[in-house]
Design a protein around this ligand. Structure first.
Ligand code: NDP
Length: 337
């Protein structure tokens, strides 16, 4: 395999104000270059679709730089080395890297990590054994300090991060694990397939009331993927000395203006709660430990994972918009093969 004559990439066409649409993306055709010294040309096979990309579509530097108009988007991808000018890599090697959203990626070999196809199928390294998996692991153990006495609530529980957070909590003997998700089918999936003790459909009634009904002993750990009404409801139902791992706030990402925070914040004081935000990028030093811990459970089926896969680079904007609307169960991916 060597560099093809042309390949496609997805670019940011315009910045959204509120909910993005297909018009915010454009597909462009480019000519991939041959790798220079120390570089790899990678044929991307599968790419990740992530909520964090919504933040990068805004003209604001947060923990990652914003996308630039007219430039290709980025995100995790698995690909096969098409041409290598770097020691230690040869054509055909399977690697994970962060230059997705394009059919071919030219990157420094130092930015590529080889994946072990014996451990799991390649897609898993973008989800349950990739950054979303490490997010669940770090959030639950390092940030929330999970113990076997804990009642745990996970929002976004049918998604890539949430589905693993709930299953890890169960496998580590948490007293009770409650999840929330946006459809009855997802609620069925997380209780019947993933082993959560209880779950509710947040679209069917007030989050606070539904949570209170299931969490009759209160909650000790809240793994927050959603923010907004879910965060308010969790604070209201927390037990004394409860811990909140603030992972994401997807209910807020498409708001054109910043929204007011949760009501009842004095409970942070009266209940002596801890809430701590975290970013997975700060936890990659734990990746090997995570892989050794969680990999065998994925291989022997004790941890289950779902994927929602759209086919073809041109489907990437639809996949992103669909994920924002909750059309995915488990990890949202785009297959480029
Ligand atoms: P998911 O696979 O969970 O996909 C996103 C899901 O969010 C959708 O399927 C949808 O499910 C749900 N959702 C969308 N809008 C709302 C809403 N208004 N209220 C409640 N749920 C909503 O994505 P990820 O697992 O990749 O990410 C989950 C969260 O974790 C996100 O907030 C993300 O930003 C965060 N994250 C944080 C990281 C970190 O380093 N801190 C790293 C990776 C992710 P439903 O049908 O249930 O509504």
């Amino acid at each position: 395999m060597s560099a093809p004559v042309t390949a496609r990439e997805v670019r940011l066409a315009a910045r959204p104000n509120g909910w993005p649409t297909e018009d915010n993306f454009e597909i462009a055709t480019v000519t991939p270059e041959q790798p220079g010294p120390g570089q790899l040309l990678v044929r991307n096979l599968v790419m990740s679709v992530d909520p964090a990309m919504r933040g990068q579509m805004n003209d604001k530097h947060t923990y990652v730089p914003p996308f630039q108009i007219g430039e290709p988007l980025t995100g995790a991808a698995i690909g096969k080395v098409a041409a290598s000018a770097a020691e230690g890599f040869t054509a055909g090697d399977l690697v994970v890297h962060t230059l997705g959203w394009r059919e071919y990626a030219l990157l420094d070999a130092t930015a590529a990590r080889r994946v072990d196809p014996e451990l799991a199928e390649p897609n898993a390294f973008l989800g349950v054994l990739g950054a979303p998996g490490l997010t669940a692991y770090a959030g639950l153990f390092e940030i929330a300090g999970l113990t076997t006495d804990d009642v745990v609530f996970v929002s976004g529980a049918a998604g890539a991060v949430g589905s693993l957070a709930g299953q890890l909590a169960k496998l580590h003997g948490a007293r009770k694990v409650i999840g929330s998700a946006g459809s009855d089918e997802k609620v069925r999936h997380i209780t019947e397939d993933l082993g959560f003790d209880a779950a509710f459909n947040y679209k069917k009634g007030p989050v606070g009331e539904q949570l209170a009904e299931l969490a009759d002993e209160g909650i000790d750990v809240y793994f927050d993927n959603v923010g907004g009404d879910h965060l308010e409801a969790a604070i209201h139902n927390m037990n004394d000395f409860g811990r909140i791992a603030m992972c994401g706030a997807i209910s807020q990402y498409n708001e054109a203006e910043a929204q007011p925070g949760p009501r009842g914040m004095f409970q942070m004081v009266s209940k002596r709660l801890t809430a701590r935000g975290f970013i997975v990028l700060d936890h990659f030093d734990q990746y090997q430990q995570f892989l050794e811990h969680v990999g065998p459970w994925v291989r022997d089926g004790r941890i289950r994972y779902e994927e929602t896969v759209l086919n073809g680079l041109e489907k990437a904007p639809e996949a992103f918009l669909g994920m924002m609307r909750g059309e995915n169960t488990g990890k949202m991916l785009v297959d480029l093969r």
